[in-house]
Design a binder for this molecule. Structure first.
Ligand SMILES: [Fe+2]
Ligand SMILES: [Fe+2]
Length: 346
């Protein structure tokens, strides 16, 4: 079956490519080597790990990048749930590749956070003891196969809308990680959309399953953009430091405007009776997600919070022997290298 491409996604990918070109030119920094933090940010060049930076900038970035990394890793669970039940070999291969990409995203992001002077162990510990969070979206269950399509289309779609502006973030290692992540997210969104399109054009039962998945994932996806601007605690400073480029509400609106025509092509309904084009604003009016529910889920009271963390803790302790073996091997290799150097010297 011919599937129409995801309408509007090309624009986002174009933005990623422009950001990549700008990033390359920012790398050949033309400011003096001693330029101040403020001057580098004002000139739209990149702050690198070697640069002096305000402590609050460093801490804020660690918090944000760590939360992002944890989300990628925890985000493997809802979809991992369906790998063994994928309806065909092709779908299984695609889903495996997608979930594996998310592991890769987690690794780039942990590495980016480490450049700010925090260790991977500290970050893992902060996730396991609940000091750091992950995106609340992953605390919702994946009930049917159609959820794989809805997650790709909506959850990865919301992730791209959020992350494309981060390709221009003032911190070099984060911006560079985001470019690669966004290119892969675009594939995730396309595969989800294509899968949902096939279901929406399938049997009445498949169609109903696709609609049900969209009904359940729509509002949690809108909530991924965070609290409304009036209640967002980190926004103003983040904008000033050019970490964040658009407000939560602006990004949410952009996402809604992108999804409505896509839903029309799918022939599925977005579960919002008040969704309509507003000629005057040039945007769709829509019902906001339930922000109280968002805060409840963030605080640990979502349908799957406990399950996700239990699983993550078990994976961490099951993997202890691998970390210990790798450490022992590295020490042995180091000792051997030291010994051979001594021989050369003697
Ligand atoms: Fe990802
Ligand atoms: Fe993704």
């Amino acid at each position: 079956m011919e599937t129409p491409d995801v309408h509007g996604a090309d624009g986002l990918l174009g933005e990623v490519e422009e950001a990549e070109a700008d990033l390359r030119s920012a790398a050949s920094r033309d400011l003096e080597g001693t330029a101040s933090f403020e001057a580098i940010v004002a000139a739209d060049q990149k702050i690198e790990p070697r640069d002096v930076m305000p402590e609050a900038y460093r801490k804020g970035l660690i918090r944000q990048i760590a939360q992002h990394a944890h989300s990628e890793i925890i985000g493997m669970q809802p979809e991992g749930n369906w790998i063994t039940r994928a309806p065909s070999l092709r779908r299984k291969a695609i889903l495996l590749a997608k979930v594996q990409d998310e592991a890769g995203h987690g690794l780039y992001l942990y590495a980016a956070a480490e450049t700010l002077g925090v260790t991977r162990d500290e970050l893992t510990e902060a996730l396991l003891n609940g000091r750091q969070k992950y995106s609340s979206i992953f605390n919702y269950p994946t009930l049917t196969w159609a959820d794989m399509g809805a997650i790709g289309w909506l959850v990865d779609g919301a992730a791209i809308v959020n992350q494309v502006p981060l390709c221009r973030c003032s911190y070099g290692p984060y911006a560079r990680a985001m470019i690669r992540v966004c290119k892969e997210e675009s594939f995730h969104q396309r595969q989800g959309y294509q899968s949902l399109y096939v279901l929406a054009n399938g049997s009445p039962a498949q169609r109903a399953m696709a609609q049900d998945a969209v009904d359940r994932w729509w509002y949690p996806s809108l909530a991924m953009f965070g609290p409304p601007d009036t209640e967002s605690t980190h926004s103003a400073q983040s904008m000033e430091w050019k970490i964040k480029r658009f407000s939560n509400d602006d990004l949410r609106q952009r996402f809604v405007d992108m999804c409505v025509p896509q839903a029309e092509i799918l022939g599925l309904t977005l579960p919002d009776p008040d969704l309509r084009w507003n000629e005057e604003r040039g945007h769709y009016d829509f019902t906001q997600p339930d922000f109280e529910e968002l805060m409840r889920v963030v605080k640990g009271d979502g349908p799957c919070n406990r399950q996700r963390m239990t699983h993550r803790r078990r994976a961490h302790s099951d993997g202890a022997w691998v970390r210990e073996a790798a450490q022992a091997y590295a020490e042995k290799a180091r000792a051997a290298k030291g010994a051979s150097r001594e021989e050369v010297m003697a």
